[in-house]
Structures are given as structure tokens and as C-alpha cells.
Ligand binder design. Structure first.
Ligand code: ARG
Length: 465
């Protein structure tokens, strides 16, 4: 049998393989709420402009409400023969309200319909991500405040570099996730224009009111060009790009949690709620949630790459290629949503192992820069020369297997005569962090102020910067 929605010029139905490659209902049924909303608003507009009668409009609206409740209750029977969500809804509408159903598609095409449905879905998703990112930022800012002065080693090249505080480390991610959040918001605001009414590609001869439908669905305005409206998927690409960047930032924190939990580090303890055991090694506590957050990046970047390639070189306007925009985007968005929630949960429960981190904060000559800075500030050496002197002192301490503050003053002055007893004051990790008072530095007071600044933003309704 040929397709009952469009099959009149066809003498036979599709090959089974044609149906397999063509049907999108298995995944686009997820857009049912958006599809029905768009149809209801379209119907309202058709009535308001006198294109259809209010009796037909009422029947259609009522039928659409029935379909929505059937779908919400899981009682709707989706049919692959009907290809997609649009035709599943329309066909059921015809069963429910008869001929009036046939008037709903006036001045509309599946091309502007899918552009609308997906735009509504992606717009909601962007907002969910903004909220999830802010929740994660909140968890991190709370940890930062609590551990604003907890010493830990800061790394470059994953080699001990300089002492920092755990709070400062947390706030680095608060900043990163703040930018991720603002990218999501930018994308959401930019996509907030309505494609409905573009019809197939050229607009319509019916006297529709696109401003009305745009307004009803809280869009800023209708899209100005009907071809752009049905041909563009950059709104998905943009949220996928923002998602890929977020996922990559998230994966760095996930990786750090994995490292910090490992026995040679023991910097943090993950709660039982976010750890798993091993089926053979009874002592194991594995950071599986962090590992999976780290791994989800693959899918998310994959979805972005995939859609970039689908869209590359597509002539205007709609091509069926564009149906491939949804499955992987759904998967990527689901993965990111889960990853953000898992990370917020892990952070809230995370217990920094303060004593152990403090032990390593002072290891590996982490205050060598403080020593060099002292030579510049107090002994008036040019920084390059101070660097050189400090290097010699590190070599000396390393050869004797002692710390910098264990080098006797007599040995220090042999390397540089201007060194005095005072230098020992700057060699502790505690002193080092306390001295980093430059704006954005790790001094505990700075960290406290920054944590409070973020908490104030995140706990009130203030616009995130
Ligand atoms: N299932 C299609 C999609 O996801 C809907 C639009 C179909 N339009 C068409 N002319 N076949 O892109």
C-alpha cells in the first residue's frame, strides 16, 4: 500500500529497505510535545487569520490534546509506515476528528515543522544545560569556600610547580563552567527565532501571521527568510559545539578526580555513592563515574563532527540528509546532561584529604619561585640571575636529599652572598600561598572573596557574568 499521507501519485508502497532507511519515528517521537505544541499554535493562527473555521480549529485542538495525553501515557501506537512524528500525529488526528484534521497542514510543510520542533527542543536543552552548569558551579564554589586555605601542590606538566589551595583549583573550574554556561546562553538567544510559516521553502500564499506564532512560542521574531528557516541547522551545531567544549572541560576535572583518588596521590576521597567496587579485588574503590564523564566526550565530539559533515556542501534548502541531525544530537545532549549531573554529585560528596595534600604542597622544591622572588625583592637581583642562583640551591638540596629550608645559611651564602636569615620565612608552602595576593592569585583571602562572589551570583537570580 502506498503511503496514506502522500502516496496518491505512487502505485506501490515502499520497499522494506526503503522504509528502514527513511523512517525516523523511532527517534523523532521524542519531539512529540514540541510537534503538538507547534501544531496547536499553527491551528490557533489559522483560525485567527480566517484561513480555517473556528469549528475545525476547535476539533483539531481537542484532537491534538487527546494525542498528547495518549503519548504522555505511553498509549500511543507509533507506526513506522507513517515515517515520522508529524505524520503519526496527523494520521491519528484524522482518526479522532475526521476531515477537519486535513486542514491543519494548510500553509505548512514538514520542512518548517521539523525545523520548529527541533529548534524548540534544542532551545529547552540549552536552558537545561545552563541550569545544570550553574548547579555544578555552585557545588564547586561551596567546596572552594570551605577549602579556601587547604594547601595542595599546583602542577604544570603534571610536575609539582607551586603551592596552591584546593579552593583555588575548584574556582578555576567555576570560571571555566561559567564560560560554558554563557556559550550555551549565547546559542540559545541566537537560535530564538521562529521558522514556522516558511512552509516548504518559499513561504505561502495564505495570509498567515508568523509574528503571532512566533510570539506564542516565545520566540523573539519569525525568521526573515523562508529558505534559511528550513535549510539551517547551525542552531544545533552551535549547541553541539558548546556541548563539546563543555564536555572537554568536564573531562579535565573528571581526569583530575581519577588521578586524585589514586593511592599514590590520595588527594581526595569520593563517596560510596559515586564509587564502585571490583568483582575480584575486594579492596578496590573505583571512580567509574569520573571515568565515564571523561569518556562521554567521544560521543559528544562525535555528534558534532557527524553533523558538521552531514551539513557540509548541502545545497539549499531541505534535503533528507538533515534528518540525520537528530539521533546523535539526542545522544550527545543526554550524555552531557548525565555527565553534568554526575559531576555535581561527585563534587558535593568529595572529601579533600587535606593533610596528605599539604604534605605534597611543600614537596619537590615547590617554593623555589618564592626563593627566587625573595632574591629579587630583598637582595635586588635581576630575576634571571635570581633564577640561576635558585637553580644552584635546588641542585644542592637535591644532591643532599634535603628541602630548601634545610640548607644551612652558610651554604646559601656561599652561592649568593646577599642571602640572609630572612629568606627562610618565604620557604614554607603556607607562606607561599599567603604571598600570592595578586588579583586572581591563590592567596586564601583572594580565594574566599572569589568564592563568595560566585556564591552570591549563583544563589541569587543575578545574571551570570
Ligand atoms: N523526518 C524529517 C526530518 O527529520 C522531517 C522532514 C521531512 N520533510 C520532507 N520533505 N520529507 O528531517
Amino acid at each position: 500500500m502506498s503511503n496514506k499521507m502522500w502516496g496518491s501519485r505512487f502505485s506501490s508502497g515502499p520497499d522494506a529497505i526503503m522504509e528502514d532507511i527513511n523512517a525516523s519515528i523511532d527517534f523523532d517521537k521524542r519531539l512529540y510535545a514540541q510537534d503538538i505544541l507547534g501544531s496547536k499554535v499553527h491551528c490557533q493562527m489559522l483560525v485567527a487569520t480566517g484561513i480555517i473555521s473556528s469549528e475545525d480549529g476547535e476539533k483539531i485542538t481537542h484532537g491534538l490534546d487527546t494525542i498528547l495525553s495518549e503519548m504522555e501515557a505511553g498509549k500511543f501506537e507509533f507506526s513506522r509506515a507513517l515515517e515520522d512524528i508529524h505524520m503519526n500525529v496527523e494520521s491519528r488526528l484524522a482518526e479522532l476528528v475526521g476531515d477537519a484534521a486535513g486542514r491543519l497542514h494548510t500553509a505548512r510543510s514538514r520542512n518548517d515543522q521539523i525545523a520548529l520542533d527541533f529548534r524548540l527542543y534544542v532551545r529547552d536543552t540549552a536552558l537545561e544545560f545552563e541550569n545544570a552548569l550553574q548547579d555544578l558551579q555552585l557545588a564547586l564554589a561551596q567546596k572552594a569556600l570551605e577549602f579556601n586555605d587547604a594547601l595542595m601542590p599546583g602542577f604544570t606538566h603534571l610536575q609539582t610547580a607551586q603551592p596552591i589551595t584546593f579552593g583555588h583549583h575548584c574556582l578555576a573550574y567555576v570560571e571555566m563552567f561559567g564560560r560554558d554556561c554563557s556559550r550555551m546562553r549565547d546559542a540559545r538567544l541566537r537560535m530564538n527565532e521562529c521558522p514556522l510559516g516558511a512552509a516548504a521553502l518559499a513561504g505561502t500564499s495564505f495570509p498567515i501571521d508568523r509574528h503571532m506564532t512566533a510570539r506564542e512560542m516565545k520566540f523573539d521574531h519569525p525568521m526573515a527568510n523562508s529558505m534559511d528557516a528550513v535549510a539551517s541547522r547551525d542552531f544545533v551545531l552551535e549547541l553541539l559545539s558548546a556541548s563539546a567544549i563543555t564536555a572537554i572541560n568536564l573531562s579535565r576535572l573528571a581526569e583530575e578526580i581519577v588521578i586524585w583518588c589514586s593511592a599514590p596521590f590520595k588527594f581526595v576521597k569520593l563517596s560510596d555513592k559515586f564509587s564502585t567496587g571490583s568483582s575480584i579485588m575486594p579492596q578496590k574503590r573505583n571512580p567509574d563515574a569520573a571515568e565515564l564523564v571523561r569518556a562521554k566526550v567521544g560521543r559528544i565530539v562525535g555528534a558534532l563532527t557527524s553533523l558538521l559533515i552531514v551539513m557540509k556542501g548541502l545545497p539549499l534548502t531541505y534535503s533528507k540528509d538533515m534528518q540525520e541531525d537528530k539521533e546523535q544530537a539526542f545522544d550527545a545532549f543526554d550524555s552531557l546532561g548525565l555527565g553534568l549531573a554526575a559531576m555535581a554529585g561527585m563534587i558535593r560528596d568529595l572529601e579533600p584529604q587535606v593533610d596528605n595534600m599539604e604534605k605534597y604542597a611543600a614537596s619537590d622544591f615547590s617554593t623555589a619561585t618564592d626563593l627566587a622572588d625573595w632574591l629579587v625583592r630583598v637582595a635586588d637581583l635581576p630575576f634571571r640571575q635570581a633564577h640561576h642562583v635558585t637553580g644552584q640551591l635546588v641542585a644542592l638540596a637535591s644532591a643532599r636529599n634535603i628541602t630548601l629550608d634545610e640548607i644551612p645559611l652558610a651554604d646559601m651564602t656561599k652561592v649568593e652572598a646577599r642571602i640572609s636569615q630572612e629568606i627562610y620565612d618565604v620557604l614554607s608552602a603556607k607562606n607561599s600561598i599567603n604571598s600570592r595576593t595578586s588579583y586572581g592569585g591563590t592567596a586564601p583571602d583572594n580565594v574566599k572573596q572569589q568564592a563568595l562572589r560566585w556564591l552570591d551570583i549563583l544563589q541569587s537570580n543575578k545574571e551570570v557574568p
